[in-house]
Ligand binder design. Sequence first.
Ligand SMILES: [Zn+2]
Ligand SMILES: [Zn+2]
Length: 330
Amino acid sequence: MRAARLYGIGDLRVEAVPEPASPAGDDVLIKVLAAGICGSDLHNFKTGQWLSRKPSTPGHELAGEVIAVGPDVRKFRSGDRVVADSRVACGTCPSCRRASPNLCRKLGFVGEVCDGGFAEMIVLPESIVLPADPALSPAIAAMAEPLAVALHTVNRLAPERGEPILIAGAGPIGGLVALVLAREGFGPVSILDRNEARRQLVAEVTGASPATLDDAPSTRFAVDATGSVAVAATLAARAASGSRIVLVGIFHENLTIDPNLIVEREIDLIGCGAFAGELPVAIERLPAYAADLASYIEGPIRLADVPGAYQDLINGKAIRLKTIIDPALA
Ligand SMILES: [Zn+2]
Ligand SMILES: [Zn+2]
């Protein structure tokens, strides 16, 4: 079968790989119908930060159809439509025992600690496979995982009704956070991005108004989905007293801020890593969000086009927020 594999920093190759063996134990063999390219895939491509095995097939946002199941699998049989939970947790550390696998000390992700969805097939343990509505297009179903991240971001932000909310970054997470906030009646929401076409797309879909970092002092609720330390530092430095700022972007450098600003203005700087219990909620909401999600999607593209799509996303050339791969496209 064909797969895109990461060999090292900046080295992504599309090539033939052996098909997975028939599934053993609680493994589920899935034909990948759609897989999304995530900002964290690009971060790993640029930095190699999570490259624990070489080569590895990226892709943790995926939807597919079950082809075969191991003898211990109870929930699925062939023909079932499914989506993947991206989180691979140890199951035994204090966070895992508290049912917070996203805070697992050894947390890894599908596509890093095991081969991911940028391939014609993938094998996953039953514990991280969830049922999906067969009526949904696979591209929409593959949006469940990033939508869960957006739901978790909104839960961590816990905005008050009627309060303005500033989102920095109109990429996939910023755009999905704006969508969730609009759908749940929070805001007014304003959004900024140096990619004006992307910001306009999110504005059209969600009604979010244009923002600049100068709006930070008048906004008590803010989200950084840029992963730019300059943006996050400016948000924190200009934040109003009593502000809550959620950091959900993946950063490439260290953040320098005056801690006295955080102290004196009682600013809550909140981290947001993946999602907690939000994935089933995200799956439930997909039908209602489908039309809006469709306007965020680029593609589907072929596996052969993945290296070029990475470059377009890294160079800020992509307008649509989420590039979806269909590995069956020749
Ligand atoms: Zn992701
Ligand atoms: Zn754990």
